[in-house]
Design a protein around this ligand. Structure first.
Ligand SMILES: Cc1cc2nc3c(=O)[nH]c(=O)nc-3n(C[C@H](O)[C@H](O)[C@H](O)COP(=O)(O)OP(=O)(O)OC[C@H]3O[C@@H](n4cnc5c(N)ncnc54)[C@H](O)[C@@H]3O)c2cc1C
Length: 331
């Protein structure tokens, strides 16, 4: 139902980093005077940075999951549903069993992983970019007795650009602790050129740190396909890398519902005003990985954006307080 008697209905799409922070803040600030609704297909919030610890067996899935229903204590109604459509002209979101209207819409649907975009990927790569794959990678690592592990990244954007480096280094430590590092080769590939310059430049330092750990770095390697039978990553110009265990980051794209509804472009996500996070549609805002901001695809960025947007919307809705500027602290 649309808002009645001055009540506003704020709908938040996505219960990841950005959505949970926005919902918590708005629920606290608006109390019972307005309606805050959060929608996610999952019952739980997953803390994705900890997928790396799942990979090593240092955390269990339940350690890094929290039921979104806890938000109800903060005056947030949680709806578990697939989001099927967004109609910004009617101010309406289509869910599996109902349609909900909004006065304000915050879109925080992240990025979705798209293994289908690289032939052979789904059969070949185990990676910590999704919970289920991180669990399978943990089991493969614990059974690994020696050979070549190849970590790599796809073309385009993906969640947390530094995480592939953390992955290499955590694998290095893991095999040292098991006392078999000398039997494990670790390699990395990226389409980026080899960095040059001073060590205080982060990309130069990342390269140096990997090499210090005896991890071979393959630069300007663009994946074309993977041959799981022959355990071969096939690159452009007939470059090839053999592996025994492949830990490649899947390609990422905006959520399909954002593409289908015309809110997002395939490569860049949702265009937003860099200061206000407004989209071109009235009262529709985007934050986090799905927003086209000059910032990393990082939970820290989503959190800061959610804090500022929730504050500014609460000021607009209640007429109390002053808006604040978005001042992102990120690389
Ligand atoms: C291995 C790894 C390590 C990382 N390390 C760090 C780190 O150290 N620091 C850091 O800041 N960030 C890190 N990140 C990145 C961080 O997790 C993301 O940037 C962050 O989660 C983005 O938040 P978000 O709210 O934009 O999207 P997400 O957290 O991805 O949330 C999106 C939500 O939308 C839901 N959703 C999507 N489509 C639909 C639909 N159609 N219907 C219903 N629900 C839908 C999803 O279920 C999901 O819950 C890491 C990520 C990974 C994978």
């Amino acid at each position: 139902m649309p808002a009645l008697n001055g009540r506003k209905q704020i709908v938040i799409l996505g219960g990841g980093c950005g959505g949970v922070v926005a919902a918590t803040n708005l629920g606290r600030k608006l109390g019972a005077d307005h309606d805050v609704i959060l929608v996610d297909r999952r019952p739980d919030h997953l803390f994705m940075p900890a997928f790396l610890f799942i990979m090593l067996g240092e955390r269990q899935p339940q350690d890094i999951s929290r039921s979104l229903s806890h938000l109800q204590k903060r005056n947030v109604r949680v709806v578990q549903s697939e989001i099927l459509g967004i109609d910004p002209t009617r101010q309406e979101v289509a869910l599996a069993k109902e349609k909900i209207n909004y006065d304000y819409l915050i879109v925080s649907l992240g990025l979705q992983t798209r293994p289908d975009l690289v032939p052979g990927f789904a059969e070949a790569s185990l990676h910590p970019w999704e919970m289920e794959s991180a669990v399978r990678l943990r089991d493969a690592l614990s059974a690994f007795r020696g050979g070549r592990i190849v970590v790599g990244v796809p073309l385009g954007t993906y969640r947390c650009p530094p995480a592939p480096y953390e992955t290499q280094w955590m694998l290095d430590n893991y095999f040292r602790q098991r006392g078999i590092r000398d039997r494990v080769e670790i390699e990395y590939f990226t389409r980026e050129p080899e960095p040059t310059g001073e060590l205080h430049d982060p990309v130069v330092w990342l390269d140096a740190e990997s090499k210090r750990r005896n991890i071979k770095q393959n630069y300007e390697f663009v994946v074309r396909s993977i041959d799981p039978e022959n355990k071969l990553v096939q690159g452009l110009y007939n470059y090839k890398i053999n592996y025994d265990l492949l830990v490649m980051v899947p390609p990422h794209r905006p959520a399909q519902v954002l593409l289908d509804s015309g809110l997002a472009d395939t490569e860049t996500g949702i265009r937003v005003d860099y200061d206000t996070l407004e989209t071109k549609w009235d009262n529709v805002y985007a934050i986090g990985d799905c927003a086209d901001m000059p910032a990393s695809k990082a939970g820290g960025v989503a959190h800061q954006e959610a804090d500022v947007l929730a504050h500014n919307l609460a000021v607009e809705i209640t007429g109390k307080g002053k808006p604040v500027d978005l001042w992102l602290h990120t690389i």
